[in-house]
Ligand binder design. Sequence first.
Ligand SMILES: C[S@@+](CC[C@H](N)C(=O)[O-])C[C@H]1O[C@@H](n2cnc3c(N)ncnc32)[C@H](O)[C@@H]1O
Length: 263
Amino acid sequence: MSDDSDLSGSGSDDEPVESGPEEEEDRPVTAGHARVTKEQKKAAAQWEAVFAEWPTERAKALSRAERAERNMTHSSLVYGETPFRAVWAAFDRLHALGECTQGGGNFYDFGSGTGKATLAAVLAHDFHKCRGLEVLAQLHGASMEVLERWNATTHAALPPAKQRCDVRFLNQDIAATEWRDATFVFASCACFNEQLMRTIAEKGEECRAGCIFVGVAKRIDDERHWELLDESEHEMSWGPAPVYIQRRRTAEEELGAALAPGS
Ligand SMILES: C[S@@+](CC[C@H](N)C(=O)[O-])C[C@H]1O[C@@H](n2cnc3c(N)ncnc32)[C@H](O)[C@@H]1O
């Protein structure tokens, strides 16, 4: 590990941090995409402009400083970012599977940092509401600053359906948040510990059928309730990571999964 090894061996109750955020040198976050459409290019430029003051390194430093100050040693709090193109790629894959083809729905970003994945999602899909949940106050403050800039510079230039999206960043713990109205959850959870992943799985049981869960590096460990639709690898701020797409099963599908051989 790099200078961030402060998260291990400090008496925390966390699992060992494997390859994940903060372990490697940052790679440049660009908006490149295999098949970039005009719409994607425009959205990428809007996203980059809004985050111009918040390069990954600055956000990481802010996260580290707050964790050190508050003596927060949880590996779950390790910082890393999802590039714009990785969020778009998830939507591309979902569209290819016939999912997320209609506008609307409620998006949650579990551990939103400065808001990069949340605002990429606003640009990629016409959600009804988007919530970014971040437990670290300083990072949350950064996302609020970004949202102010977004509202001042970008909001008015968006198509009407996106202007109507209710975007909020909340300084809240995922575990203490009600999210059963989610239709789409994004979680960059490479460093989320077992307990947090278990809590997400337990709360996920209450989610409505059809809810999509996009997990970076980890997925919900609950075959009965969540069907794995897709798995692919994408470049994150710390290097390549698997991205899992799961879908909340219907009651009938749950029964089928429970009766499947080996379950
Ligand atoms: C790997 S970063 C992802 C940041 C952002 N979503 C992105 O993809 O660019 C994970 C974030 O989750 C936050 N986090 C960890 N545990 C959390 C919890 N229980 N509640 C809310 N946020 C949490 C961390 O502070 C960190 O900012």
